[in-house]
Design a protein around this ligand. Sequence first.
Ligand code: GLC
Length: 638
Amino acid sequence: MIERYVYGNPIETEAILTKPQKQDGESNLITHTFVKNTYKDMYGNDKVEEKEGFKYTLSENDIVYGLGQQIRGINKRGWKYKNYNSDQPLQIESQESLYGAHNFVLVSGKKHIGFFFDYPTAITFDIGYTDMDEMYIYPDDFNLEMYVITGESDISVVKEFRALIGKSYIPPKWAFGYAQSRWGYRTSDDVREVARKHRENHIPLDAINLDLDYLDNYKDFTTNPEKFPDFKELVQEMKDMHIHLVPIIDAGVKEEEGYDIFEEGKEKGYFVKDKDGKDFRLGVWPGYCRFPDMLNEEAGAWFADKYKFLTDMGIDGFWNDMNEPAIFYSDKGIKKMYEDIDSYKDISLDATTFFELKSKVNSVSNSDDDYKAFYHNYKGSNIRHDKVHNLFGYNMTKAAALGFKRNVPNKNILLYSRSSYVGMHRYSGIWQGDNNSWWSHILQNVKMSANLNMVGFLYNGADLGGFGANVTEDLLIRWLSFGLFMPLMRNHSAFDCRGQEVYRYKNMDMMASLIRLRYRLIPYIYEKFVSSVNNDDMLVAPLGFLYPDDEIARHTEDEVVFGYDFIIAPVYEQNAPGRNVYLPEDVTMIRFRNAEIVEKTEYKKGTYFVFMPLGDVCIFVRKGHAVKLCECTEWVTD
Ligand code: GLC
């Protein structure tokens, strides 16, 4: 059952397709009241303020699922999360915000209740942080819609919620193939080499991502005339090798006289404006930029039509980036920073003032002041950005998807975005942002995938091997062993890190076998993906969803169920020869090695230490369920 409550004058987000009749009065399942926001002021003093919000008292045994792309557990209890889309390359436990705002939580215990807060800017979920047994949820201001969903089980609540928000995006089948990416394929010959090495070594591959390197001076919808002089031929050559090039598109349009997109956007008034009606100037990778007003339908459609430059050359996949939107600096911010720094010149620094001074530079990026300094023309109203912050990446991506329908109507184009809001899942997937080559981030990948499925982002994946920091060979092997089950299977890394292409390593054959296993599973994974979308099911689910009466299963955070068919229990500890696996029912363990089944063993319900040497992949198949294996191909065929 779904109840909808409306408070104040909410801004429309289009997260919900068909809204149920609004309810009068208040829900008796959650309390609308003043709650406590506890925080430290700049001097480290504990502060408490009262915020209008909602309070839900948790029973000892309740689990709180949800929040999609967020840090920490599958069970979100024990932390304070703030959904305010952020360019956050440091995905550590102490963060509060990442790239997406997925304001759905599911309390699972004796009752099963889902709460969705449709609200386009900062909203805090204090889930047992201030008081271990209380969940406090409070938005920045009290203009929002709240949906309360009750059901017989976690799965039924999620199904109802997913029916409310509409069917998830289904990418083309080739998007389930392996993708190799790196910020740092600097020339078209670098790209050719990646393609050649994969094909020569029979490492299956369907896509190579192009990061900023392919652009002419970071300008969207250009190609670098010196380093990628033969871009069109490159696209064709790759196509002949059955490889799709997937270029990046950033939200910021470079400020450069004579650059057609900059000139056109300026002339048509499509860029976001400051309070005086002047184009807002900000800096990202290209240096000074403008943001197209992605929330203005006309401006968004104009920007989306520009993808045609690439689709006309045969490109059929994109990743939208920096669309939280990330702001490295603004004119105003830089001016203020210099003034602030200047004021320290004549004082004799002590530790406190030194650290204050140091922070002046860092606080220039993604600042509240900047997010309050520009405006959107959204649905006919002039709205300050910070009021609709979480809708920017969503609308950029939605506009792109609608643009593809107009401009390339007969092709299913691959699209995934870094920033998102619920609703965007109907138009594209996401990747999990800038993680690191850390063992803990394999586990983060596992947990985030389960929560992302609840909010409709079925097409997702983490940067396999890790984006930042230097990878080690064993980490890459273990991460691929899990990543081969994720819909988006992309190996991506930053330019200043150790190369991560599997052919660079001694155990290339082992890694190639893991990718081959993926290809043997693609028909099954694709079919499952499509049926999960069509039935509003979870492709990747927490164990508790299937075994709600089993307390161990409910609290297992390092195993997930795939397609309701089998349990995946990845190894995420360095030098571990295997791991403890909890099996909530009798299963058949299937062990893969070299992309073949080498062992089938029956296991009774219980906990076992299962040896999994590097390169072995074990899955635990439920009774009455099956996994189909096909012949391996080196690219996805229909
Ligand atoms: C951002 C993206 C990352 C990309 C980099 C350069 O950090 O998240 O994936 O490689 O920008 O474009």
